[in-house]
Design a protein around this ligand. Structure first.
Ligand code: ADP
Ligand code: GN1
Ligand code: MG
Length: 373
């Protein structure tokens, strides 16, 4: 997508219902998809208000209006539940700031779609686990998120990205990218391509189980990275689940697995020294415990049993998506250096290998918690 210009942002900023004088406007966060800005407004000599402004990624989200319908629906539902439970809806869910015309988004003169949220203050989104307690608390919060949405009318949700976690279809798309090889990159990544081809069974496993009715579809988040949760700076609790673009019917085990892929890794997602990358069994166990607790008895025994598989499938799928994007010329995930997507794919495959090595340990950990439910 084209870079956002200052002029474009100026047009957008005056199109939202903001109060006060703009005193700061900076790019923000480390998400791979949207363009995020942190704006600061001065409303009086002593008061400043921060807000998040985001350009939704048009390549990734073809139907931004439907996407915002999902988000307003889900956040209204969460708001009601949070109030019922005696929580603070201003901090515990995203709050959409409407555009001047009252809509939940603004379409600018370049055809880009924007939205804005109240900034969640005194909380941090982490790119890596700094304190294991945070990881545990993020698990409780993602589990609880799923619990709060258990009675959400799933049929009203739009599919914002078709087949988002259809790993079987992603495997087909990967094969097509290898065959087309439009950037002439395939020859240099033969080992990585073979790694994927050797694991078609991993790609197929959940689709096959779903078709046999062995795992239920639930309303899930589908992008449960640690940096998609705000951790309260004072209490260390997972205060708010953010990045709701992919809330859709999905599998609980995939929400579990995506968190493990990102948070239980001993290195960053784009680490180039692969000797630093492994899946920590301590973090795996901590997250499993928190997630099962957070889901509050909603998971079936089968879903709990499948958690190690969820971790492996999500990590494999993500690696395959990074490698597909690398082969296609880096058009999906934002990159910040040459071969960035290849580096990311390699860390994911290293994690998959490590999970294969630690498979029985993962199974044992999960069995322990499953026998307690
Ligand atoms: P992306 O889809 O690109 O990952 P996100 O919605 O996750 O976009 O936003 C990127 C980052 O911006 C987040 O990881 C978080 O640090 C920050 N962020 C997003 N929304 C808020 C919010 N309401 N309050 C505070 N920080 C936020
Ligand atoms: C993207 O939006 P962000 O950065 O939280 C991606 C996820 C990937 C993740 C890999 C909509 O997440 O699916 O797992 O990058 N989101 C989308 O870090 O594709
Ligand atoms: Mg994000």
């Amino acid at each position: 997508m084209a870079q956002v210009t200052k002029e474009q942002r100026a047009e957008v900023i005056k199109s939202f219902q903001y109060e006060g004088i703009l005193i700061d406007d900076v790019p923000y966060g480390s998400g791979h998809i949207n363009d995020t800005y942190l704006l600061t407004f001065e409303t009086s000599e002593t008061k400043r208000i921060k807000v998040i402004l985001q350009r939704m990624n048009r390549t990734v989200f073809a139907k931004p209006v439907e996407l915002m319908e999902n988000i307003t629906g889900v956040t209204s539902h969460l708001r009601k539940k949070i109030i019922e439970n005696g929580g603070n809806p201003e901090r515990e869910t995203l709050n959409v700031i409407p555009a001047v015309d009252g809509k939940s988004y603004y379409k600018d003169s370049f055809g880009d779609y924007w939205r804005s949220y109240k900034f969640i203050t005194a909380a941090t989104s982490y790119d890596q686990v700094e304190d294991p307690k945070h990881f545990y608390q993020s698990a409780v919060a993602f589990g609880n998120f799923q619990k709060l949405l258990a009675d959400y009318p799933a049929e009203t949700l739009h599919e914002t990205i078709e087949g988002f976690h259809d790993t079987k279809a992603r495997f087909r798309a990967f094969n097509e990218a290898v065959e087309r090889d439009c950037m002439n990159r395939a020859a240099s990544v033969q080992a990585e391509i073979q790694f994927v081809l050797d694991r078609e069974d991993v790609a197929n496993c959940f689709a096959d189980m779903q078709s046999r009715g062995e795992v239920p579809l639930r309303v899930t988040h589908n992008d449960t990275k640690l940096n998609n949760i705000m951790i309260d700076d004072k209490t260390g609790k997972g205060i708010c689940v953010i990045d709701l673009d992919t809330v859709m019917p999905g599998l609980a085990v995939n929400d579990f697995g995506d968190s493990i892929r990102f948070g239980a890794s001993t290195a960053a997602e784009d680490e180039t020294d692969l000797s630093k990358v492994s899946c920590s069994m301590e973090l795996f166990e901590l997250y499993a415990k928190g997630f099962i607790e957070g889901c509050g008895g909603k998971l079936t025994k089968k879903e709990i049993e499948l958690m190690p598989m969820g971790a492996k499938v999500m990590t494999f799928e993500c690696g395959m998506r990074f490698l597909t994007d690398y082969l296609q010329g880096d058009t999906y995930f934002k990159i910040h250096r040459k071969d960035h997507n290849l580096d990311r794919a390699r860390t994911q495959f290293k994690l998959v290998e490590d999970m294969e090595r630690k498979w029985y340990t993962m199974k044992e950990i999960i069995e322990k918690y499953n026998s307690l439910t």
